[in-house]
Design a protein around this ligand. Sequence first.
Ligand SMILES: [Zn+2]
Length: 199
Amino acid sequence: MILKVARMGHPVLRRRADPVTPEDFASGWVAATVRNLFDTMAEYDGVGLAAPQVHLSKRLAVVEVPGGPGQGIPPTPMINPVVQPLTEREMEIWEGCLSVPGLIGLVPRPAAVRVDYLDIDGRPSHRVVQGFAAAAVQHECDHLDGVLYVDRIRDRATLMFTEEYQRHHLGRGRAADGDGVDGASPAEVADDSRDGIPG
Ligand SMILES: [Zn+2]
């Protein structure tokens, strides 16, 4: 089922979401919500979606990032996720958000993270991700703490309409430390995230 997406300004996006409980698994709520999150994410061409974005203040998000091993993430529900940076190296990635439609901005984040979570059956699982995939995971987990990517933008001049980004900035990405992400050139970084992270 495709759900309505909350937009910036709705209080649900600023609340710290509640943990998913064993009862939520037992009742089938988790399985149904994960299905609805994937349906809604696909409808809007996102690479991630968090439950608060569909007015459910629970610590649950889904991600699916195209790309091969080490680059992408297969469709993955993350329940009660905890993110831990694996490096002090910082990257900057152009991000967008389904809850902040029409805008994009350059966000500094740790370049690699480990995320621990429960899978859809309630089993502990984890994933190590870097680059764009790491940004997607961090972006979705931020939603569970009431944080939006616009809060993390360092240079506010990089917050812009997506159309203007495509006209004036596409292919002119930059990395915080000047060497891009994972050996990619800054231009490739921008190209990778051409449409930001609509999640
Ligand atoms: Zn978002």
